[in-house]
Design a protein around this ligand. Structure first.
Ligand code: OXD
Ligand code: MN
Length: 608
């Protein structure tokens, strides 16, 4: 036995109560990746502060000024590791047909061989952390557990915020809970004499899901969406497959409780593509007198039909990994309060006083900024001080609008489908029923954002906002939604709405003020559910009366533009939807081809 093997053995035996299958798996991965040490993470405050100190000493985190931003840190990535890498994200199902036309499929055995070569010795010189985590409260009825192995301390500290970690999870696994195996390496071994860097990573990246064996292998990236495997990889890609097999849904959705002046609670889930304002909406503080929002989640919801015929949901995460740029006291006051301390910032700018700054935080940038790359920022150079996909990672309990029962299941009253569309899509339309709602979800289109690599501002179809996250065939996902709907009580099933805060006028200015004013749209939706609010029927669904959403400073003309269903735009749009459905192949549910046919007829009838 080599010295290294001996050290592995010592650590393994030190982890009491670890079931054999887990211990053997960790030992096998360690033997293959050759880390210097294996550390079983239990998430105690002492472990957290030791790791923080280590990462500061290694230059991987910068401690922010404790007077201004206590217990907070800045991490700077390399410029080539700032977002999710969709082109390097793979679904390796046994059959390519199960991955479907929207996923990158690779044959599992071939991918395993490729990964085996990449992971061989990839953790040399580093520490392998074993992070057992629960999505949802440990032992909760809708919760699931997993174990992430990682050689990134930044990933460990982030997972500690974003999930529930610790010995209780090991006890769940020992008690027989199924668990997801998630292996992550930054892919930057340190050989004797090598200098470490602030953000180790590898230009060759792999984000690989094996849906049948519920396994995740991620190589080469430290960026959240690629490296915090509990989030997109597990809670969406793998969990969506678990949900398909077991009769529930894992969705890219915020979750909130809207409370009316009379004290009635409405639970709203909302699917929006990345960086389209889910976090801001989830933390909304309405200006409307008497209305309140309690935040339940900002990115992921797991939904399951209950015995009562309603659709129940939890947010499986324990924290927020949100986009910093654009977050301000005007757009999201709750987030600004939440970020006052105990936050890991990534790729934001650093002020001369040791605090953080990003575009939009204040109207005028402070003098003496260091940009996200670590260079003195030149305001005239035309480059942003913070990366457009700069992020914050913070525990949900820090959020002043967080619901007390965050993590518990709530019955969903309404589902929103949103996107970023400069034209065509009205502020809000109500679906005629579940099947029409599924059609609205399936045809979401949105301008791309900096959350993923590639060009921004390009309209792409992003069905259910799950394009990069659905672990199986996109049309099977729609069929699964239809089948979930059939199991619900028609009266109690959530109502569905398509929303668009981003419609623009001919000068490219936004027609709708958005942010806190979005409460008006939510209040109208609540009114519809309560049977109190009126609506105007249109060819594509019901829209509010302008008087019901009138916001200060929005002229009658703008309101009418916001609610307009334009014949030219919609004739074009429905043909784009048809094209998209055409590309999905023979698995398209008949209910959705019927919806498309009906949309064409309604548009033709309405506009001649
Ligand atoms: C996210 C994303 O980080 O969708 O939530 O990219
Ligand atoms: Mn997201």
């Amino acid at each position: 036995m080599t010295m290294l093997d001996q050290r592995h053995e010592e650590k393994l035996s030190a982890a009491a109560g670890v079931p054999d299958a887990l211990a053997e798996w960790v030992a096998a991965i360690a033997a293959h990746t050759r880390p210097d040490r294996v550390v079983w993470w239990t998430g105690t405050p002492a472990e957290v502060s030791t790791l923080q100190d280590e990462l500061v000493a290694e230059g991987k985190l910068i401690r922010l000024n404790p007077e201004l931003r206590p217990e907070s840190f800045l991490a700077r990535s390399t410029p080539d590791d700032v977002a999710r890498v969709e082109s390097r994200t793979f679904i390796c199902s046994e059959s390519p047909a199960d991955a479907g036309p929207t996923n990158n499929w690779r044959e599992p055995a071939g991918m395993r061989a490729e990964l085996s070569a990449r992971f061989a010795g990839c953790m040399r010189g580093r520490t392998l952390y074993v992070v057992p985590f629960s999505m949802g409260p440990v032992g909760g009825p809708l919760s699931r557990v997993g174990v992430q192995l990682t050689d990134s301390g930044y990933a460990v500290l982030s997972m500690e915020i974003m999930t529930r970690t610790g010995a209780a999870v090991i006890a769940e696994i020992a008690g027989g809970a199924d668990w997801v195996r998630a292996i992550h390496s930054v892919g930057a071994p340190l050989l004797p004499g090598d200098e470490d860097v602030a953000w180790p990573c590898n230009p060759d990246k792999y984000i690989v899901q094996f849906p049948e064996t519920r396994e995740i292998w991620s190589f080469g990236s430290g960026y959240g969406g690629n490296a915090l495997l509990a989030k997109k990889c597990f809670a969406l890609r793998i969990a969506s497959v678990q949900g398909r097999d077991e009769g529930w849904l894992a969705e890219h959705m915020l979750l909130m409780r809207l409370i009316s002046p009379e004290g009635r609670a409405f639970h709203i889930a909302g699917a929006f593509p990345s960086a389209c304002g889910k976090t801001n909406l989830a933390m909304l503080r309405p200006d409307l007198p008497g209305w309140r929002v309690e935040t339940l989640g900002d990115d992921i919801a797991w939904l399951r039909p209950g015995a009562d015929g309603r659709l129940w949901a939890i947010n499986p995460e324990a924290g927020f990994f949100g986009v910093a740029p654009g977050t301000s006291a005007k757009t999201n006051r709750a987030a600004i309060e939440m970020l006052a301390s105990h936050t890991i910032f990534t790729n934001v700018a650093l002020t001369a006083e040791g605090d953080v700054w990003w575009e939009g935080l204040t109207d005028t940038p402070p003098a003496g900024l260091t940009d996200w790359r670590g260079n003195a920022w030149d305001a005239d150079a035309g480059t942003p001080a913070a990366h457009p996909n700069a992020r914050f990672t913070v525990a949900a309990e820090r959020c002043p609008t967080a619901a007390e029962d965050i993590g518990e299941a709530v019955p969903v009253d309404a589902i929103l489908f949103g996107g970023r569309r400069a034209d065509t899509v009205p502020l809000v339309t109500e679906a005629r029923g579940w099947e029409h709602g599924v059609y609205l979800g399936a045809t979401i289109a949105s301008e791309t954002t900096a959350a993923a690599e590639g060009a921004t501002g390009v309209v792409r179809r992003d069905p259910f906002a799950m394009l990069p996250f659905c672990g199986y065939h996109v049309a099977d996902h729609w069929a699964h939604w239809l089948s979930i709907g059939r199991g619900l009580d028609a009266e109690l099933a959530p109502r569905m709405y398509r929303v668009n805060w981003f419609r623009r006028d001919t000068e490219r200015g936004f027609l709708w003020p958005g942010f806190t004013e979005n409460a008006r749209v939510l209040a109208w939706i609540a009114g519809r559910i309560a049977g109190e609010a009126e609506a105007n029927e249109t060819a594509i669904g019901a829209v509010p009366l302008a008087s019901d959403i009138a916001a200060e400073g929005v002229s009658a003309e703008r309101l009418s533009q916001l609610l307009t269903v334009d014949p030219v735009e919609w004739r074009y749009e429905v043909e784009r939807e048809a094209e998209f459905f055409g590309g999905v192949g023979g698995r398209l549910p008949v209910e959705l081809s019927a919806q498309l046919a009906e949309a064409r007829i309604r548009i033709a009838r309405a506009f001649g």
